[in-house]
Design a protein around this ligand. Structure first.
Ligand SMILES: Nc1nc2c(c(=O)[nH]1)N[C@H]1C(S)=C(S)[C@@H](COP(=O)(O)OP(=O)(O)OC[C@H]3O[C@@H](n4cnc5c(=O)[nH]c(N)nc54)[C@H](O)[C@@H]3O)O[C@H]1N2
Ligand SMILES: Nc1nc2c(c(=O)[nH]1)N[C@H]1C(S)=C(S)[C@@H](COP(=O)(O)OP(=O)(O)OC[C@H]3O[C@@H](n4cnc5c(=O)[nH]c(N)nc54)[C@H](O)[C@@H]3O)O[C@H]1N2
Ligand code: SF4
Ligand SMILES: [Mo]
Length: 734
């Protein structure tokens, strides 16, 4: 193919010899791009491209999607089940039957000795929905531990909790098409261009066409902030104060939507009373945003025909994470901006299938937003699965973060870790290590063998990943999309669904419960169970999903029977005076008093430690660290540090520094940049044994999500730069 200058030195793109393209959905972030993988004549995946007629990405892919086919043959994949007596022994290969028997026998042994809840099962937002559903049925219906949760506690728990508190149910009400209708966009702690590049492109295109104001609230000058009309460089952890002050101005100036408030909400008087004490002058001293900016933003939001708010981890990962989400919802509700085109409060989710796990994993309850606390829900699911309703716990068990504290305290003795790597992703890893070392039985099921957490396992199960499997995922805007099995897992590795079904056989000897083998059949079973629920998917099937390049829920069997085609563009919940999920159909306005409980910089630890992400890398880099075209951009840990702060510390660009927190220390290279204020460093958390050695990770009281973005550190220039460089190179091996 030729493009650019055709006369002189034309650029030639290598012909990869693709003979067939196969359909899937990108397995990295929650944007949910439709992707095609090109196979050459030998059936080898050699290229990836975006799908042109897919509504989400319209032919585009980002830096991660475009190299995703390289995953199949990447280094470090597990190809064989492994076993050992103690975690510091050498691994021994074993066969699948022995490995699966071991999972069953050890879970039952630990449960018999210490009680049913002494085994924890930790899942993820990165498997396929049919896999989540099957694992949920196995755990809730057969294994019977209540300490079953996912890494979504590190990620979306505050959004889930905030939506439930405001609207009575989880479920993001907006969609990407809202960018095409909005008159004002506020982005709270969300770096779209790097973390959701294709959502950013959708937003940017709409914004260039229609010119709506973009307001970014983020302590860093992110790429999104650089492109904003107004950047509010907030003091970390104080978003709730800014939200209260915005509501103060809206009420004080009579800019609220009284009709909407009266018709659709409860609690406005209590909210008014609380925000009365958050006048802009007082608030500005806490949140660092000047009083006039607060007034301008409040008026811009309230006077917009339709106003939209999005947020990601800058809000969720805080001791006020759940409150921050409620604050966003409060602002949306008092201005009548829910469920209308361009008027919404949209949580941008994180992992590719963080939504699927919320809907179907049974981690925090039962399938399709059913609650363990609700007897009718327990009854419905028990009947459907053919289990005794009394077998279900009557309230949800511990969150992932609390499970680790229970391990420390010796209450949890067994663990099955699936597609998550807590030794890299949980805060304060010294404590996590101690907790993992204490386990009598730890099984790690991961597509890569070389993870930090597998070091503490007694059993390793090699899994397939992404398009080595078949099933669906749900994206940020509730769109369910299909992944076809394009490659086979390496060696003896198996799809996660196969592993769950084989484990289930061992717990289900009398065959009481049914575990369909095929993902397409499981999807239809889920459809049955979804009838009449908020996330009704009974009108969908795998073939229809591929044909439509994904369908947003709800799409019901009734609609399908009436010949109503699945909607093409955006779709919303709680539309115009929509009924919320509380019994009286109204949303709740909730007052949010602010208590400053974070670790803040002081004389000994004078810098805020802000942690987050880079466009080229994915979390612990088990995937992107092995793909040359991703890894080359940032192969080693580095900090963004303000040039003035660097100069005062005698630090040059490229110097290695030691970061010290009250927990531990870590090595990184200094990259001076104006992106961060003088009292802050930003440290991407992608690198082995680095950011989470330092983080404190206080937990949100409602969601139990860690405050990864608010810790304090000091910075020391390392005297022996050569030794530091050597150490840094050694750490790259992971
Ligand atoms: N390339 C890439 N994309 C990803 C991922 C990845 O690993 N790599 N991971 C995916 C996942 S699981 C997730 S959850 C998302 C995360 O997506 P984002 O949340 O957009 O990413 P982060 O870098 O974690 O944090 C976003 C911003 O929060 C800001 N922030 C820090 N403290 C505060 C605060 O107190 N208030 C406010 N308002 N902002 C604050 C940070 O400065 C940072 O710029 O990305 C998804 N997409
Ligand atoms: N300091 C700091 N820490 C953070 C964050 C932060 O912003 N700052 N963000 C938090 C957030 S939002 C998140 S979501 C977490 C992520 O934390 P983790 O879940 O630990 O992150 P990953 O590295 O994506 O781990 C996923 C694991 O699953 C494996 N895997 C991938 N696909 C499959 C599959 O199909 N099957 C199986 N069996 N395995 C698979 C991968 O190899 C990898 O080991 O990190 C959290 N930790
Ligand atoms: S934006 Fe997200 S879903 Fe789309 S290609 Fe990039 S990583 Fe994949
Ligand atoms: Mo996440």
């Amino acid at each position: 193919m030729l493009f650019g200058r055709t006369q002189k030195n034309p650029i030639k793109i290598a012909d990869k010899g693709v003979v067939e393209w196969q359909y899937a959905t990108c397995g990295y972030c929650s944007t949910g791009c439709s992707i095609e993988v090109g196979l050459n004549a030998d059936g080898k995946p050699v290229a990836s491209r975006g799908v042109a007629d897919a509504d989400v990405n319209r032919g585009k892919l980002c830096l991660k999607g475009i190299f995703e086919h390289e995953l199949f043959a990447s280094a470090g994949r597990g190809t064989q089940p492994l076993i050992r007596g103690h975690w510091h022994d050498a691994w021994q290969p074993t066969d699948w039957n022995s490995a699966l028997d071991k999972v069953h026998d050890e879970i039952r042994r630990v449960q018999a000795k210490y009680g049913p809840d002494s085994v924890a099962i930790i899942s993820t937002g990165q498997m396929l929905t049919e896999e989540f559903y099957t694992l949920g049925k196995l755990t809730r219906g057969l294994i019977g531990t209540n300490n079953y949760d996912g890494n979504t506690t590190l990620c979306m728990a505050s959004a889930v909790s905030g939506y439930k508190r405001s609207f009575g149910s989880d479920g993001p009400p907006g969609c990407y098409e809202d960018f095409e209708h909005t008159d004002c966009l506020i982005a709270w702690g969300s770096n779209l261009p790097e973390q959701h590049p294709i959502i950013y492109w959708r937003m940017k295109e709409a914004q260039e066409r229609r010119g709506f104001p973009l307001i970014v609230v983020d302590p860093r000058v992110t790429m999104l902030a650089q492109n904003a009309h107004m950047h509010l460089a907030i003091t970390p952890g104080t978003d709730v104060v800014l939200q209260n002050a915005l509501m103060h101005v809206i009420f004080a100036e009579g800019l609220e939507d009284s009709r909407y408030i009266a018709a659709n909400t409860n609690g406005v008087d209590e909210l008014r009373t609380l925000v009365a004490s958050y006048d802009p002058v007082t608030a500005s001293k806490i949140c660092g945003i000047d009083e006039d900016t607060i007034r301008v933003v409040a008026r811009t939001l309230a006077k917009a025909g339709a106003a939209m708010q999005i947020w990601t981890m800058g809000i969720n990962q805080s001791t006020h994470g759940s409150d921050g989400v409620v604050g966003i919802n409060n602002l949306a509700l008092i201005t009548g901006n829910i469920g209308k085109p361009g008027g919404t409060s949209l949580s941008i989710t994180g992992q590719c299938n963080a939504m699927g796990t919320r809907e179907w994993s049974s981690c925090s309850g039962l399938p399709n937003y059913r609650y363990l606390e609700n007897p009718q829900h327990r009854e419905e699911v028990a009947k459907f699965w053919n289990v005794d309703p009394e077998f279900f716990p009557k309230k949800r068990g511990m969150f992932q973060t609390d499970i680790y504290q229970a391990m420390e305290a010796g209450q949890i003795k067994g663990m099955w870790l699936i597609a998550t790597n807590p030794m890299s992703s949980l805060p304060n890893t010294a404590r996590i290590r101690k907790a993992m070392e204490k386990l009598e039985f730890c099984c790690v099921q991961d597509c890569y063998q070389d993870t930090e957490s597998a070091q503490y396992a007694h059993l390793y199960l090699p899994a397939g990943t992404w398009a080595e499997k078949e099933g669906v995922m749900t994206n940020t805007e509730r769109r369910i999309n299909l992944i076809n099995p394009i490659a086979t897992p390496p060696g003896k590795a198996k799809p996660d669904l196969w592993i769950f079904n084989r484990v289930a056989e061992r717990f289900n000897k009398d065959g009481k419960l049914s575990f369909p083998e095929k993902a397409a059949d499981i999807f239809l079973e889920m459809g049955e169970l979804s009838k009449g629920r908020l996330a009704d998917i009974s009108g969908m099937n795998h073939a229809l999903l591929e044909k439509n390049r994904g369908i947003q829920w709800p799409y019901t069997a009734k609609q399908a029977a009436q010949g109503i085609a699945p909607p093409k563009g955006g779709k919303r919940l709680y539309t115009e005076d929509g009924v919320f999920s509380y019994p009286d159909g109204k949303a709740k306005l909730i007052p949010l008093p602010f208590i400053d409980n974070n670790e803040t910089p002081d004389e000994s630890f004078p810098f805020w430690l802000n942690t987050g992400r880079l466009i080229e890398h994915w979390h612990g880099r088990t995937k992107t660290g092995k793909i040359g075209n991703n890894n080359k951009f940032s192969p080693i840990p580095f900090i963004e540090i303000n040039p003035d702060a660097a100069a005062e510390l005698g630090i040059q660009r490229g110097d290695y520094v030691r970061l010290v927190s009250r927990r531990s220390d870590a090595l990184a290279m200094a990259m001076p940049t104006q992106r961060v204020p003088k009292n802050m460093v930003f440290l991407p958390f992608h690198f082995h044994d680095c950011a989470n050695r330092l983080t404190l990770g206080l937990l949100d009281p409602h969601s139990r999500q860690p405050a990864y973005k608010q810790s304090a550190v000091r910075i020391e220039r390392i005297a022996d730069q050569q030794a530091a460089a050597k150490l840094s190179m050694e750490m790259r091996k992971f």
